[in-house]
Design a protein around this ligand. Structure first.
Ligand code: CP
Length: 311
């Protein structure tokens, strides 16, 4: 098996184990390229990629752009603030006009869940979801999984705790689907007001007590607490969140030996995680970012040149 089942990457829900394994193995080949003095291969020469970001991003946007450049693709960057979206142009008209300039692939971030799927209905390009509302952020979860897999040599059987705003986090959602497919034991932990309705349907262990959740865990992936949720009354104060759910040095004692601390960024230091933990020897936060480039190179490579009739 050397090709993915789909010509788009819209999320990890229903992506088979074979596809995730192929992406992780392909990532390994590209990971070596970014450590070279000349970090460039001709793999995507002649392919044009549009980075369509309707929402702010630091890591994902730069990571995709660097991945494309390292693969020798031509890249075009779109941001709403300098586009005709400001004059009221729709998403459909915007992408169809850009595609008329011969675009092959689109990397899209949008606040509306389902926007990447919508693009598959109105353009021929291969579509990669770079985060759509509270739905999914598949390349973030893939880079999280790759980072864990590199350290432990496996994902199956590891106990992985995802902490934070389970209700609104697209990173948590993609991690759940991907990790469960790969055989990991996934636990979710957050305030009950930030757990979605019917959370049990994810098939994960669910905790509202962080100390219970961390007991015997191998990996803790700490999510950014979205401070705007405080205004909507979903948690009472930053200080209370930090006391009840913050990952600090004391709490690390509950974890298994050789534990790993992760965070997708951007971090609120001193809120969901202390600086001491974020900068500790067990933290792989910056390694996640480096690996992200290789994961995105792998995804771009595996999807490039795939046409409609191929599925
Ligand atoms: N992790 C992540 O998606 O970061 P950005 O919002 O900076 O892209």
């Amino acid at each position: 098996m050397s090709r993915l089942h789909s010509r788009h990457l819209l999320g990890l829900e229903n992506v088979p184990e074979a596809d995730i394994s192929l992406i992780l193995k392909t990532t390994n080949s590209f990971r070596e390229v970014i450590d070279r003095t000349i970090k460039k291969v001709p793999t995507l020469r002649g392919i044009t990629v549009l980075n369509l970001f309707y929402e702010p991003s630091t890591r994902t946007r730069i990571s995709f752009e660097l991945a494309e450049k390292r693969l020798s693709a031509d890249t075009v960057n779109f941001t709403t603030s300098t586009s005709s979206v400001k004059k009221g142009e729709s998403l459909r008209d915007t992408v169809q006009n850009i595609e008329a300039m011969k675009i092959d692939m689109v990397v899209v971030r949008h606040s509306s869940p389902g926007a990447p799927y919508y693009l598959t209905r109105c353009m021929d390009a291969n579509i990669i979801n770079a985060g759509d509302g509270a739905h999914e952020h598949p390349t973030q979860a893939l880079l999280d999984m790759y980072t864990i897999w590199k350290k432990y040599g496996r994902l199956d059987g590891l106990r992985i705790v995802l902490v934070g705003d389970v209700k609104h986090s697209r990173v948590i959602r993609s991690n759940i689907w991907g990790l469960k497919t790969m055989g990991a034991s996934v636990a979710l932990c957050g305030p009950s007001t930030l757990l979605p309705y019917e959370v049990e349907k994810f098939g994960c262990d669910v905790y509202t007590d962080i100390d219970e959740a961390l007991d015997g865990a191998d990996v803790v992936n700490v999510m950014r607490i979205q401070l705007e949720r405080q205004q909507s009354g979903l948690f009472p104060s930053q200080r209370e969140y930090t006391n009840l759910f913050g990952i600090n040095k004391q709490r690390l004692k509950l974890l298994n030996k050789n534990f790993t601390i992760m965070h997708p960024g951007p971090m609120n230091r001193g809120v969901e995680i202390t600086s001491e933990v974020a900068d500790s020897g067990n933290s792989v936060i910056l390694e996640q970012v480096t690996n992200g480039q290789a994961v995105r190179m792998a995804v771009l490579y595996l999807l490039s040149g795939r046409k409609e009739e191929e599925g």
